[in-house]
Design a protein around this ligand. Structure first.
Ligand SMILES: [Fe+2]
Ligand SMILES: [Fe+2]
Length: 307
């Protein structure tokens, strides 16, 4: 998209937004573009979606209702400017400005409600709209910080907050917002270290970072009654396996993961750390050969912890 096209959009916005709404839009643009840099989204698409997201926000209610009918957006949006303005802006961007990029159109269309299976760009606009620096609700600053640390966590908090606010005010709750919140919750769960596979991968990477070698992660869930994953790794010396064990313990605790027991530290050459669902086995080379756990579990799949 060329510069002149973007200038045209800017002119359109400038004359249609109140001073306050224009400042908000500038805030959304700045925040969204920073988030795009942080998470690797297309910056130009982000700019356009952020610029146009509230293009219809300051239309009067008659005009808004008329456009809702004209574009066939749905009866449900009549007299609901807080929802209709998003849908309309997407329609106008497509219809009057010829934008065909679905991702930009969806980011504009769902900026208020969110929805499930949002793209990165959709998440960025949804979150930036809620946390741009001109927002003054009590948690705004904290959510802005969170957005740059964990976009999904921020998305979850924003959707959840929005649901509570809409319910408190007795307003119409768009079910897309509930779906968005539940979807963000699932994403967070999938990425969480409470998940045994994630934790096994995490621990394998810690061992790798501490120069452990021949790291193998075996999925034993089907075959074992005591754990989901076994990690087997080698340290050059007892001192090294002990250092790796200490480091895993320390890093895991920061993630609220605590060992149930540690066996074999200080001398035996096989340290076993039991995390319940994940068991970490650290060997010195002779001991690894002697106990040969890989052969015992050779009918189980290994997972690609480096992926
Ligand atoms: Fe909006
Ligand atoms: Fe907005």
């Amino acid at each position: 998209m060329d510069k002149e096209f973007i200038r045209e959009l800017e002119r359109y916005i400038r004359v249609r937004l109140t001073e306050k709404r224009y400042r908000h839009t500038e805030g959304v643009i700045a925040t969204a573009v920073e988030l795009a840099k942080r998470y690797g989204a297309d910056e130009e698409k982000t700019y356009i979606a952020a610029l146009f997201h509230d293009a219809c926000k300051n239309l009067d209610s008659d005009e808004m209702n008329m456009l809702v009918e004209e574009y066939g957006i749905g009866e449900v949006y009549i007299d609901k400017p807080q929802l209709a303005h998003s849908k309309l802006a997407a329609k106008i961007l497509e219809d009057r400005f010829g934008v065909t990029d679905e991702d930009i159109l969806n980011a504009v269309s769902f900026h208020t409600t969110g929805r499930e299976n949002m793209s990165l760009l959709e998440k960025i606009i949804f979150v930036a709209d809620a946390v741009e620096p001109n927002r003054t609700y009590p948690e705004a600053e904290e959510l802005n910080r969170l957005a740059f640390q964990d976009l999904d966590q921020a998305g979850y908090e924003i959707a959840d907050r929005s649901i509570k606010r809409v319910r408190n005010q007795g307003m119409f709750l768009d079910e897309d917002t509930v779906k968005a919140r539940d979807w963000f919750a699932e994403l967070l769960q999938d990425n969480s270290l409470e998940n045994s596979r994630n934790f096994a991968v995490y621990a394998a990477n810690i061992i790798d970072g501490k120069k452990g070698s021949d790291i193998v992660v075996i999925d034993v869930a089907e075959k074992s009654s005591f754990a989901d994953y076994l990690i087997i790794a080698t340290g050059g010396t007892i001192r090294q396996t002990d250092a790796i064990a200490d480091y895993i313990e320390e890093r895991a605790e920061l993630q609220n993961r605590f060992t149930r027991r540690i066996e074999g530290k200080n001398g035996s050459g096989w340290t076993l750390m039991d995390y319940g669902d994940v068991i970490v086995n650290l060997f010195v080379p002779e001991m690894r050969e002697k106990y040969d756990l890989e052969t015992i579990w050779s009918d189980c799949d290994r997972i690609d912890w480096e992926a």
